[in-house]
Write a protein that binds this ligand. Structure first.
Ligand SMILES: Nc1nc2c(ncn2[C@@H]2O[C@H](COP(=O)(O)OP(=O)(O)OP(=O)(O)O)[C@@H](O)[C@H]2O)c(=O)[nH]1
Ligand SMILES: [Mg+2]
Length: 445
């Protein structure tokens, strides 16, 4: 079961609960069985699943329901709480100590995403004012230096490597000396993934770590590999103390559960997750947010943070107004223009609480061309029309079409789109429990 499927299955199970008029012991047990099945099929380790479900069951059956909450709300909150506890309750921290050159070493098997992640992390840190560079200590993979150089150049990240040297230790030492003199804050060492066999790979990592003495070792795990993740994590952890884990490829078809079990196996937290092939597809791992998304609750904070990164401001007030369906045509346009700059709209909309529950795909198919056309149409409207599109009758539509050089069909399409978006958001506001819980401040936003 992929992460996406896990997410929709969990959402389905919770929706089933929301529809019931009474929640009793039978329904609680049924929900727990649904959750167990979904987690097992996503490769989460069986012992972990049993522990987790036992805790949910105990609390759901015996805990007193806090005042102001219905039994259903309480049950959903327990599921959310326990899943969050399982992954760590606080957002990850960047392993970085100011005032010195921090050395971060990435390890992991072939193709797990080390090279890509090294550059992604360096870029992530540089964006936050932390002077970072990458070091190519992979002397096995043909063209390893060329690969990392190309990625690093693209991201504006300094890189050190030597194609002619076969000794990763010498390369790492030279690079560290050079960058230390230049007062770098963080150096990220990309290491080899391919070797004669896994044993000799782990042996090389051990020697490298003993000589270079990194401040922090990150294990990079491919989020699509399932149960093997736990075995791999254990093997690396025995050789070199793993400080934290990066789970890559948590986009598309990732099962994710195996990687999540690896977290528990090594007792190391996840610091970052990779969510795509592009250099900016990296997120600091935030368990409450992750679980919120998994359960379809989305996260307002995620949206606002993303907006910040793209240097566009969406105020929390505005985001809430949009979510409550209180916005005018003009505002809809402005928001879309902003959101468009943040990358694929679909990705952004997924961050909005509850929206992933009932997303109408056509709402997201907004091309540059359509935006241009809408801009012209909105500009041809009177203030009154923009604020209250209900008054748009046939003759007004004809006038607007003529004034904007667009067809009447396009004008109608915009109005329909607006109404649909508004309706969708309103119905969410009315029916969507998690959103209500968000407002009550039950989730950290
Ligand atoms: N979709 C997706 N692809 C990723 C992600 N991270 C890495 N990849 C892809 O995975 C493949 C392997 O990534 P690399 O960074 O070369 O992996 P590596 O661990 O350095 O590989 P070796 O050096 O051969 O051990 C590349 O095609 C990357 O584009 C991710 O988060 N999402
Ligand atoms: Mg590599």
């Amino acid at each position: 079961m992929t992460l996406e499927k896990l997410s929709s299955t969990l959402q389905e199970s919770l929706k089933k609960i929301l529809k019931l008029s009474v929640v009793d012991e039978v329904t609680i047990k049924e929900l727990i069985r649904d959750i167990q099945r979904a987690l097992l099929q996503s490769d989460v380790n069986v012992h972990l699943v049993l522990n987790l479900s036992k805790r949910i069951e105990d609390r759901a059956l015996h805990e007193q329901i806090p005042p102001g909450l219905s039994r259903k709300e309480h049950l959903i909150k327990i599921v959310y709480d326990e899943l969050t506890k399982f992954l760590g309750e606080k957002p990850a921290r960047i392993p970085f100590e100011p005032g010195k050159t921090n050395i971060l070493m990435l390890v992991g098997i072939q193709g797990s995403g080390k090279t890509t992640t090294a550059v992604k992390i360096a870029r992530f840190l540089r964006k936050r004012g932390i002077k970072s560079a990458v070091i190519c200590a992979d002397t096995y993979r043909p063209g390893a230096y060329a690969q990392i150089k190309q990625l690093a150049d693209l991201a504006g990240v300094p890189v050190y490597g030597d194609e002619n040297l076969k000794d990763p230790i010498k390369i790492a030492k030279d690079a560290i000396e050079k960058f230390r003199e230049e007062l770098y804050d963080v150096l990220i060492i990309d290491t080899a993934g391919r070797h004669k066999d896994e044993k000799s790979l782990i042996e090389e990592m051990k020697t490298l770590a003993e000589t270079v003495k990194p401040d922090h070792i990150m294990l990079v795990i491919d989020g699509t590999i399932g149960q093997q993740a736990m075995v791999q994590a254990k093997a690396f952890n025995e050789a070199t103390k793993i400080g934290s884990i990066v789970v890559t490829k948590l986009d598309g078809s990732a099962r994710g559960g195996g990687a999540l079990s690896a977290v528990v196996a090594t007792n190391a937290p996840i610091t970052f997750i990779g969510t795509g092939e592009k250099i900016e597809d990296l997120e600091l791992f935030d368990p409450p947010r992750f679980v919120g998304r998994l359960l379809g609750m989305g996260d307002l904070k995620g949206l606002i943070e993303k907006a910040k990164e793209a240097e566009i401001t969406i105020s929390e007030k505005k985001a809430k107004a949009i979510l409550s369906g209180k916005f005018t045509l003009e505002e809809l346009y402005e928001e879309m223009e902003r959101l468009k700059k943040l990358g694929p709209l679909g990705k952004i909309f997924k961050l909005i609480p509850g929206l992933s529950f009932q997303l109408d795909e056509s709402v997201l198919q907004i091309t540059e061309e359509r935006m241009q056309s809408w801009k012209a149409i909105i500009q041809s409207m009177t203030k009154e029309e923009r604020e209250n599109p209900k008054i748009l009758n046939a003759s007004r539509i004809r006038r607007i079409a003529r004034g904007s050089g667009r067809t009447e069909k396009e004008v109608k399409e915009l109005i329909r789109h607006f109404e649909m978006t508004k309706k969708m958001l309103k119905s969410l506001k009315r029916r969507h429990l998690p959103l209500k819980m968000l407002e009550k401040g039950m989730f950290k936003v």
